[in-house]
Design a protein around this ligand. Structure first.
Ligand code: GLU
Length: 281
C-alpha cells in the first residue's frame, strides 16, 4: 500500500489491566470492552496485562477467571500476557534511576504513624505529611535495615520537570496537579514497587497509546505524567470513564461483593445481554 513520506504510522494500542484480587464484575467488563472496541475501531492492538505485584492479595485462580470471563465476552488479546510479577527487575531499574537522581527517599512510617501525623479527616486517605523527607542522612543510613518504602519527593521532582499536562478525551487538556497527591509511594515495603511505578513503566514498555480506565484513577494520572517526564517515557492519551454503580447508587466493587460475571453467567445471563446492558451493540 502506498505511504506518504513523512506521515507517521501510529497504531492505536489499548489495554485492560486488572489486578487478580477477585472475580471480574460488570465495571471491569465495561472497561475491557471500551478498550477493546477502541482498538478494534482503529484497527489497532488490544493487550491484557495482569497487575499482580501484590502477591498477598493476588491469586492464580483469579487470573484464570479473568481469561475465562474476557473470552466469554468475546474479547481476544495478544499473547504472551504481561504479568507484572515477572518484571520486578524493570521496576527496580526505574526506581534506581530515581534514587540516583535523588528524587525518592526511604520512608519508615507505618500506617498508624501516617494517620496520626496527618490528622486526616476520618475516612479520607491521609496525605503523607512528609515525615521521612526531613530525615538527615545519618538517620537514614542508620535506619536502612528497617523495612522501608520509597516515596517520591513531589516538590523536588516538579521543580525539575516544570509544569506538565496530559490529555483526557472527555475533559480535554489537564494540567498535572501534583501537590494534591502528596509524596506517594513508588516502592512499597512489601512489593518493592507500586501501582504507580509499575503501571506507568509497563504502559510505556508495551507501547500503549490510549489508556482506558475508570475515573477513580483520574488523579493517579497526575503522578503517572510526572513519572513519564522523569523517566523519559511517552505520554499516552487518557480515556477515564464513569464508574458503573449498583442498584444502591454506589460504585461496583469487588470488596462489596458486586455480582461477578461468573455469577451472572451461572444464572443464565448471556454475554450478549451483558454487552447490550453496558451499551455495546
Ligand atoms: N490494575 C488496576 C486495577 O485493577 C488498573 C490499572 C489501570 O488501568 O491503570 O484497578
Amino acid at each position: 500500500m502506498p505511504r506518504f513520506s513523512g506521515e507517521p504510522v501510529i497504531t492505536v494500542v489499548t489495554r485492560f489491566a486488572p489486578s487478580p484480587t477477585g472475580r471480574l464484575h460488570l465495571g471491569h467488563a465495561f472497561s475491557a470492552l471500551t478498550a477493546f472496541r477502541l482498538a478494534e475501531a482503529r484497527r489497532g492492538r488490544f493487550l491484557l496485562r495482569i497487575e499482580d505485584i501484590d502477591t498477598a492479595r493476588c491469586r492464580a485462580e483469579y487470573i484464570d477467571g479473568i481469561y475465562e470471563d474476557l473470552a466469554w465476552l468475546g474479547l481476544a488479546w495478544e499473547t504472551p500476557v504481561r504479568r507484572q510479577s515477572a518484571h520486578r527487575d524493570d521496576y527496580a531499574q526505574a526506581l534506581a534511576r530515581l534514587q540516583a537522581a535523588d528524587l525518592v527517599y526511604p520512608c519508615f512510617c507505618t500506617r498508624t504513624d501516617i494517620a496520626a501525623a496527618a490528622a486526616a479527616p476520618h475516612g479520607a486517605q491521609p496525605l503523607y505529611p512528609g515525615t521521612c523527607r526531613a530525615l538527615d542522612a545519618a538517620t537514614r543510613a542508620r535506619r536502612m535495615a528497617e523495612p522501608h518504602a520509597w516515596r517520591i519527593d513531589i516538590a523536588r521532582a516538579a521543580a525539575i520537570t516544570g509544569p506538565l499536562s496530559w490529555h483526557d478525551t472527555a475533559r480535554g487538556d489537564i494540567a498535572a496537579a501534583l501537590e494534591a497527591e502528596g509524596d506517594v509511594v513508588l516502592a512499597r515495603k512489601d512489593a518493592g514497587t507500586s501501582y504507580h511505578l509499575s503501571v506507568t513503566l509497563d504502559d510505556a514498555l508495551q507501547g500503549v497509546t490510549d489508556i482506558v480506565r475508570g475515573e477513580d484513577l483520574f488523579s493517579a494520572t497526575h503522578i503517572h505524567r510526572l513519572l513519564q517526564a522523569l523517566l523519559g517515557l511517552p505520554t499516552p492519551r487518557y480515556h477515564h470513564h464513569a464508574l458503573l454503580t449498583g442498584p444502591d447508587g454506589k460504585r461496583l466493587a469487588k470488596r462489596d461483593r458486586a455480582e461477578t460475571l461468573a455469577e451472572l453467567r451461572a444464572r443464565g445471563v448471556s454475554a450478549d445481554a451483558i454487552k447490550h446492558q453496558l451499551g455495546f451493540a
